[in-house]
Design a protein around this ligand. Structure first.
Ligand code: ADP
Ligand code: MG
Length: 687
C-alpha cells in the first residue's frame, strides 16, 4: 500500500483548485490525470524576460516586462477586429496592446486609462509600430516583483495556457511532501543534489536548473533499477520447473526453412536456462522479421515435450489471433493441443479452455492479458513467453500472480531494438539473446520520403500498385489530441480512398470491436481487400507477405522506433517492397535527419542508436514514443550518464538491506511508490 504521506500527491487532478471538466480534458490529453502527473510535468524550456523602462525597437521579438500607462482604447471595426489599447512608457514612446476575440470589458478592466500597469509579453514590430499581442501578464505595478525574470514554459495542449499550467504546478507542489532521503548520502553530497522536494520546486521554478533536474531524473532511474533488482532477486529465490524436452515433438516439425545461426544460438541459450531450477528471465531481442516466433515455438515445445505447459502472451487481440493461427499451422499434425484465450472467449468455449488448462490437456495457450488472470489455473505451466512487450510491468505483475508453487520460466521478446546502453535500463539484469541475423532471401525495402503535398501522386501510385495485384498498408498520422481523432483521421482517409477504389479499402483502428477487427484483418490477409487503412494498431506483428507497399502519413510525427516497426509490416514476402514516408511541410533539422536515417538504413539496432543520439541532442520526446513511456522525468542523455550510478546505488542498498527495512530502505520503498513500482514492493512481502 502506498504510504499515506503520498496520498495528497496521488489525488485525482480534479482535486486541484480550478480544474473542472473543461480543463480536465486538455490535461488528460497530456496524460495528466492526477496531481503527481502535474508535479512531474516539468517545464520544457523557459523564456528570459527583459525587464526594462523604455520601449526599444531593438527588443522586438523578445519577451519584455515594462511599466506602461494606457492612454486610449481603439475598438475599431466589427466584432472580429481586435481591441487595442494604446499605451506609453515613461518616455512617452507608444505601444499597442492587442486583444483578439475578447469582449473589450476584460482589457478595459485590466488596463484603466491613465493608470500605470506592469505589462509583460512579446514585443513585436508591425511596420514601424510596436505592439504586444495578448500580454501574458498585466499587473498593478507593486505586484511586478512577483513576475520572475525567467519564466518556465510548459508543454501544453489546446485549451490550456502556460499561466494556468504554472498555477496547477504550484498547487501540485504544495501537495508534494518532504520525503525521507533514499539516495546514498555520499552520492548526494558529491553531486551537490538538493533533497527531493527542493529539487522538484527548483525544476519548476527554473527549467535551466540542471542540478535539480538531474536529481529528479536520478530518482526515477534509481526506482527503475531497484524494481528490476527486486524482481531479479525474488525470481532467484523462487523455484522454477527444470524442463528438458527430448526433441520428439520438435523433430516432427515440418519447417520450410532451416533456422538461422542466430535462431539456433538463441534456442540453445533458452534451453540452457530452462533446464535450471531457477526460473529463466531472458530477453529475446530481434528486429522485425528476424524470426522470433520460431524461437518461441521451440521453447514452448521444449516445455511440452517435458510434460509441462507453455503460454504465450501478446499485447493485442489481433496479435494473439495471429500468433495462434501461425502456431496452429506450424503444429499441424503434431500431437500438441493449442488454445486461445482473450477477453473475447466467452461461455462454453472459455470454460472448456479453462478446464483443459487445469487438467493439462491443453499444452500451449496463446492469448492477451486474460491468460494470467485469477480464474486461469494451469496444471503445470513451465514457460511464459511475452511477445512484443517493451515494458517490464507485465513480467512483474505476472510474477506476483504466479500462483503456481513453481515460477514459470519467462521469455520476453521485443522487436524494439534497444541501444546497448539502454538495455540494462529497461531490462535490468535479464539475460539477453539477440537475433542479429536476418533469415536469408529477404527482399529489400526501399524507403522514400515525400512531402504530403504530393498526396495525389501517392494515390496514383497506390492505384498502379493494386492494379498489378499488390496489397498495401496506409497508416494514418498520429493526431495529438486523442485516440478519437486518430480514429477520425483514419476513417476520413478510408472514406476518401473508397471514393476512388471502392471495396478494395479496409479500415482497422483501435476502437473497433474484436470480431469486426478480425473480419477486416481476415479480408486483408486473404487478399479480398487490397489496402488496409489503419491507425498504429497494426504496428506490431501483423504478417501479410503479399503486402509490399507501406504508406505512412505524417511520418515526422512518429518515433523512429515506431516507424521502423511499421515499415517492418512490408518486406515479408519474396517481392521487393516500398515504404513511402509522407511528411509535413516545415520540418526542423532533427526531423529531417530522422527521416533521412529511415531512408538510409533498415537496421533496427542502428536506428535505435541514432534515434537516441538525435533525441539526446535535444529533440523533445513524443509522449507516444513507444517503449519510452517508462520514463517521465529522465531523458535519454540523463539515463546514459546516471544509469551506472543508479544501478550501483540500488545494488549496494539491496546487498545491505534486501528487505528494505532500514531507514534508508523504507525511504527507498517510498521512492518506489512515488514512481509507481508498487508491484516491486509487493515482491518484498511475498518474498
Ligand atoms: P518476428 O516475430 O521476429 O518479427 P517472425 O517470427 O514473424 O518474425 O518471422 C518473420 C518471417 O520469417 C515469417 O514468415 C517466418 O516464417 C520467416 N522465418 C523465420 N525464420 C526463418 C528462417 N530461418 N528462414 C527463413 N524464413 C524464416
Ligand atoms: Mg513477431
Amino acid at each position: 500500500m502506498r504510504p499515506d504521506i503520498l496520498n495528497p500527491l496521488f489525488a485525482e487532478i480534479s482535486a486541484l483548485k480550478g480544474v473542472g471538466p473543461a480543463l480536465a480534458r486538455p490535461l488528460e490529453r497530456l496524460g495528466l490525470a492526477r496531481a503527481v502527473d502535474v508535479a512531474f510535468h516539468l517545464p520544457i524550456s523557459w523564456v528570459d524576460r527583459k525587464l526594462t523602462d523604455t520601449l526599444d525597437m531593438a527588443d522586438a521579438g523578445r519577451i519584455i516586462g515594462i511599466v506602461l500607462t494606457p492612454v486610449e482604447y481603439k475598438a475599431s471595426g466589427g466584432t472580429r477586429a481586435p481591441f487595442r489599447v494604446h499605451a506609453t512608457d515613461s518616455q512617452g514612446n507608444y505601444v499597442s496592446l492587442i486583444f483578439f476575440g475578447r469582449n473589450s470589458g476584460w482589457p478595459r478592466k485590466l488596463l484603466p486609462i491613465g493608470e500605470p500597469r506592469f505589462v509583460s509579453g512579446k514585443l513585436d514590430l508591425y511596420g514601424q509600430d510596436l505592439q504586444i499581442v495578448h500580454p501574458d501578464h498585466v499587473l498593478p505595478t507593486d505586484e511586478a516583483k512577483d513576475i520572475p525574470e525567467r519564466e518556465p514554459v510548459y508543454g501544453l495542449s489546446e485549451g490550456l495556457t502556460n499561466n494556468r499550467m504554472r498555477e496547477l504546478a504550484a498547487q501540485a507542489l504544495q501537495r508534494a511532501p518532504e520525503l525521507p532521503e533514499w539516495i546514498e548520502p555520499s552520492v548526494l553530497a558529491h553531486r551537490d543534489w538538493p533533497g527531493w522536494h527542493e529539487a522538484l520546486a527548483r525544476a519548476h521554478k527554473d527549467p535551466a536548473d540542471a542540478t535539480a533536474k538531474a536529481r529528479l531524473a536520478y530518482d526515477e532511474i534509481f526506482a527503475g533499477q531497484l524494481a528490476l533488482m527486486l524482481v531479479r532477486a525474488s525470481s532467484r529465490k523462487r523455484r522454477g520447473m527444470p524442463v528438458q524436452g527430448d526433441g520428439r515433438l520438435r523433430s516432427l516439425l515440418k519447417l520450410p526453412f532451416a533456422p538461422t545461426g542466430a535462431q539456433r544460438r538463441s534456442i540453445g541459450e533458452i534451453e540452457g536456462d530452462m533446464v535450471q531450477a531457477t526460473p529463466m528471465l531472458r530477453l529475446l531481442q530481434g528486429d522485425v522479421g528476424s524470426g522470433k516466433t520460431l524461437v518461441a515455438l521451440m521453447a514452448l515445445l521444449n516445455a511440452v515435450e517435458a510434460g509441462a505447459q507453455g503460454a504465450m502472451l501478446a499485447p493485442t487481440e489481433i496479435l494473439a489471433r495471429q500468433h495462434f493461427a501461425t502456431l496452429q499451422k506450424m503444429l499441424a499434425g503434431l500431437p500438441v493441443n493449442i488454445a486461445i484465450l482473450t477477453g473475447r472467449e466467452k461461455g462454453k468455449a472459455r470454460e472448456a479452455t479453462l478446464m483443459g488448462l487445469a487438467d493439462g490437456s491443453i499444452h500451449i495457450l496463446v492469448g492477451t492479458h486474460a491468460i494470467f488472470q485469477e480464474a486461469v489455473q494451469y496444471r503445470n505451466l513451465a514457460l511464459a513467453v511475452i511477445d512484443e512487450q517493451h515494458r517490464f510491468g507485465v513480467a512483474q505483475r505476472m510474477m506476483l500472480t504466479a500462483k503456481a508453487e513453481l515460477t514459470p520460466h519467462l521469455l520476453v521478446m521485443t522487436a524494439t531494438p534497444i541501444p546497448r546502453t539502454l538495455t540494462l535500463t529497461y531490462y535490468g539484469e535479464m539475460e539477453v539473446s539477440r537475433l542479429d541475423e536476418m533469415p536469408p532471401g529477404r527482399q529489400p525495402i526501399e524507403t522514400r520520403v515525400l512531402s504530403a503535398s504530393r498526396l495525389d501522386e501517392v494515390v496514383e501510385a497506390l492505384g498502379r500498385h493494386i492494379a498489378t495485384g499488390g496489397q498495401a498498408y496506409w497508416v494514418c498520422p498520429l493526431v495529438e489530441e486523442s485516440e478519437n481523432s486518430d480514429q477520425a483521421a483514419a476513417e476520413a482517409r478510408a472514406e476518401s480512398l473508397r471514393m476512388r477504389f471502392g471495396d478494395a479499402i479496409g479500415l482497422v483502428h483501435g476502437r473497433m470491436k474484436g470480431p469486426e477487427k478480425d473480419m477486416v484483418m481476415d479480408a486483408f490477409a486473404s487478399n479480398r481487400t487490397k489496402v488496409l487503412v489503419a491507425t498504429t494498431v497494426i504496428e506490431v506483428g501483423v504478417d501479410v507477405p503479399n503486402a509490399t507497399l507501406m504508406i505512412i502519413e505524417g511520418a515526422d510525427r512518429f518515433g523512429l522506433a515506431q516507424l521502423h516497426q511499421l515499415r517492418g509490416r512490408v518486406g515479408r514476402g519474396d517481392k521487393p517492397s516500398v515504404c513511402l514516408l509522407l511528411r509535413g511541410g516545415a520540418l526542423g533539422e532533427t526531423s529531417r535527419a530522422r527521416l533521412a536515417l529511415m531512408r538510409e538504413t533498415n537496421d533496427g539496432f542502428r536506428i535505435a542508436e541514432e534515434d537516441l543520439r538525435l533525441r539526446g541532442a535535444g529533440e523533445l520526446l513524443g509522449t507516444r514514443q513507444s517503449g519510452e513511456a517508462q520514463f517521465r522525468l529522465a531523458n535519454p542523455e540523463q539515463i546514459a550518464t546516471l544509469i551506472d550510478l543508479a544501478r550501483d546505488d540500488a545494488r549496494l542498498l539491496i546487498d545491505r538491506d534486501g528487505g528494505l527495512d532500514s531507514g534508508r530502505g523504507q525511504a527507498a520503498r517510498t521512492c518506489l511508490y512515488l514512481f509507481e513500482r508498487d508491484a516491486a514492493v509487493g515482491l518484498l512481502r511475498s518474498g
